[in-house]
Ligand binder design. Sequence first.
Ligand code: PEP
Ligand code: MN
Length: 333
Amino acid sequence: MIAVLKKGTTQAQMEHLIAWLRAQNLDVHVSQGEDYTVLGLIGDTGKVDMELLGSLDIVESVKRVTESFKQCNRQFHPDDTVISVGEAKIGGGHFAMIAGPCSVENEDQIIGVAQAVKSAGAQFLRGGAFKPRTSPYDFQGLGAEGIRLLLEAKRATGLPIVTEIMNINALDLFAEIDVIQVGARNMQNFDLLKELGKTDKPILLKRGLANTLKEFLMSAEYIMSEGNQNVILCERGIRTFDTYARNTLDLTVVPMIHELSHLPVVVDPSHATGKIKLIPPMAMAAVACGADGVMLEVHNDPIHALCDGAQSLKPDQFAALAGKMRIIREAIQ
Ligand code: PEP
Ligand code: MN
């Protein structure tokens, strides 16, 4: 349920109302916009007397939020959420490029790619230390050593780090990581989501391979329901009947998410397509349809990459694409 407060409501009046609502065992989220304040009520709102609440002097309107996702719902929080990490920002008109190799392989590789993507304008370095591979015989990532190398790259370039967690037992290793990624395969690992919800780290949540938009938003809700409001959604392609590309990039979710939710949404054309030639057009399309950022795999030597070489841009290809994305952003602003 949401209650929109009238313009001119004082802080004292609002606090008085919040105390009254909390006394009814409700959790109250305050979203302060420029012109109005929205109170989001969570809990057993069935017992709330809507008529009474709506009749209060300071209340403009009261509405039930019928969707099952509440905290990520735009009705709860009309303004865009902006995720800030140092100087980098995602959402609310701020666009971010997250770039780097599929996996961290060695120090020269990760620092070299970090320097290259930084000079091409990337705001974040990505790189997997814990890799969810389809085959147990494939490279599984360097684990703790990979995290150490990512932090070396962060020291060398100043770029904040985005990297994937697969098991909550590894959380201590992520203390200095800036954004924790939940991969597509773990989008509905609800225990993992709940534990990450107890942290204050930004979480980049990837859409599952065969999950609906509603399920995607409900997974964000799992994180937020534990207190962590810093969620970035990532569309990375879904599985359809077509096997020409690795996945089918569902760009319709970008404007849909902006309508339904206040959370930022980034697009990963690398995992969505799996093919170099499809990445630039899909990255540009993501920008054109309003994505708050892109995640792109970049490798210094794709042919010898230990993972996802066929979908990894070379640094000069990334730099060229970054320039084109900049032009599209200017055109749509
Ligand atoms: C990744 O980003 O490294 C990755 C494994 O992606 P996804 O979870 O989308 O497959
Ligand atoms: Mn990959």
